[in-house]
Design a protein around this ligand. Structure first.
Ligand code: UD1
Ligand code: CA
Length: 484
């Protein structure tokens, strides 16, 4: 690209139509805030500087911008006196500007860096003082109209409220994105007045100022006008969210991902997928989730900031900050909480909840269990209905289970406790003390059968009748039968 670029992002307006306590540009779409998308597009132009103009809720907006774009210059616009005034604040905060200044808005989430680069290049190649990224739309209502003379040269931008009925017929609109020669801009800003329908300092007045000075103005219609569309209310937020998702899903399909039902598949902007991933219906891949090749995800999964290994199978899972190893199986109906890692070939099965749990290669927690603050060694099998009791009511404690252990059903591991390599447990064991390697832990007492209990204590019930029919006149009283 030619000369150096400064990108100014305007985000001082209140966005009252969102009817939200959250500032408009901080509303999320596809896992980033709206302004986050715009800043990413700005960054992609490789600018010397990004300047963001903040006003409403400036603390929250500034903090967010500092987080994602720490080098951005923040300009405060105390009162929203118009886009021209906002750019003046930006230029003052930046100290100096040279080359080309691109002005964009913080509420256009579909904007792509590529489009900004193309637009800036056109502007520079034509040596314009000002260029307008325009668009030709069916319904131009509300937008500034691009006015051209008989030769097709751009003369001015007239705002909806200031336009004549005839000017309102014009369907070429100002998207809001302008490119300006920095020197021209510095001279033009003080010349912008506010004698108009809104009493605002319109940045768009730079167009007629340039024409007065005999300078060139360009207008470059963008084919994909949705990229410049702003979000003003929640209905638009949903529409733009759906459109962004459609674009993201489309892109991944072109990269070799099978998506059975694009309409019910939601993929955030920062998700990474490898070729030959398959996504079944009803899946949300959120945040920084990454899925490796040949993995099959779905149906019906929500995975946020998760890593899914090569060839893993994940069915009806709700997961956050979990790492699933290659060839592992998860679900259906599993709840993976932060800090879950499952090794290669491992299994987390139905109705299993895990948290801060490192489950080794080939280890399995197949059924109806809670695994919290735990480490399970490779090849170990945890019996159905096992609770890792990590919380004593005051503090959390850890449980470790060694390699190739075999624990039985309906166990409780009362942390802190360690079960050694190759150890085992009996059904219903409550493990309160460490189990040495290779030992079998059994905690329940011998079984007692109290004969004819039903006939005596539940006489006259169907239970007693069934028992009577089965045993007839059997022995009465108590008899202890030792567990085998
Ligand atoms: C503006 C343009 C219009 C264009 C339309 C595209 C002007 C005068 N008009 O109109 O030609 O078709 O955008 O959407 O530029 N902002 C500030 N400080 C201010 C005023 C606005 O930061 O003092 C920010 C807003 O937060 C918003 C953007 O600038 O992100 C546009 O402001 P808005 O008032 O919505 O301008 P429009 O009337 O839509
Ligand atoms: Ca607007």
């Amino acid at each position: 690209m030619g000369s150096q670029l400064t990108v100014v992002v305007l985000a001082a307006g209140g966005g009252t139509r969102m009817k939200s306590k959250t500032m408009k540009v901080l509303h999320p779409i596809a896992g980033r805030t709206m302004i986050g998308h715009v800043l990413a597009a700005a960054r992609a132009t490789d600018p010397v500087r990004i300047v963001a103009v903040v006003g409403h809720q400036r603390e929250a907006v500034s903090a967010h911008i500092r987080e994602i774009e720490p080098d951005a210059v923040l300009a405060v616009q105390e009162e929203q006196l118009g886009t021209g005034h906002a750019v003046r604040m930006a230029v003052e905060a930046a100290g100096s500007v040279e080359g080309t200044v691109l002005v964009a808005y913080g509420d256009t989430p579909l904007l792509q860096g590529e489009s900004l680069r193309w637009f800036a290049a056109e502007h520079e190649a034509a040596q314009c003082a000002v260029s307008i990224l325009s668009g030709v739309v069916d319904d131009p209502y509300g937008y500034g109209r691009v006015l051209r003379n008989a030769e097709g040269d751009v003369e001015a931008i007239v705002e909806e409220k200031d336009a004549t009925a005839q000017q309102r017929e014009v369907r070429e609109i100002n998207s809001g994105i302008l490119a300006l020669d920095a020197d021209f801009l510095l001279g033009a800003l003080p010349r912008i007045g506010n004698d108009n329908a809104k009493g605002e300092f319109y940045l768009t007045d730079v167009v007629s100022i340039a024409r007065e000075d005999g300078l060139t103005v360009g207008a470059y219609p963008i084919d994909d006008v949705m990229q410049t569309e702003g979000v003003n209310d929640r209905a638009q937020l949903a529409r733009m969210g759906a459109e962004m998702n459609r674009r993201i899903v489309d892109r991944w399909m072109r990269e070799g991902v099978t998506v059975m039902d694009p309409a019910t598949t939601w993929i955030d902007a920062d998700v990474v997928l490898e070729p030959d991933v398959t996504i079944l219906p009803g899946v949300q891949l959120l945040g920084a989730t990454a899925v490796a090749e040949d993995a099959v995800v779905g149906p019906d999964c929500t995975l946020k900031d998760c890593e899914i290994g090569v060839g893993a199978r994940v069915v009806r899972v709700h997961g956050e900050l979990a790492v699933i190893g290659a060839g592992a199986n998860v679900g259906p109906f599993s709840y993976l909480r932060p800090g879950t890692t499952l090794g290669a070939g491992g299994k987390i099965g139905g109705f299993v909840e895990t948290k801060n749990a490192a489950i080794g290669d080939g280890a399995k927690v197949p059924h109806l269990s809670y695994v919290g603050d735990a480490e399970i060694g490779e090849g170990t099998n945890i019996g159905a209905g096992t609770i890792f009791a990590n919380y004593d009511g005051v503090q959390k404690h850890r449980t470790t289970v060694g390699r190739h252990a075999r624990t039985a059903s309906n166990n409780t591991f009362v942390a802190p406790v360690h079960i050694g390599d190759g150890a085992g447990t009996g059904a219903g064991t409550v493990v309160r003390r460490d189990v040495p390697p290779g030992a079998l832990a059994v905690s329940s007492g011998p079984q007692r059968n109290i004969e004819r209990w039903a006939q005596r204590r539940r006489a006259g019930t169907p239970q007693a009748a069934a028992a009577e029919a089965a045993v007839g006149d059997g022995p009465s009283g108590e008899q202890d039968v030792a567990e085998s």
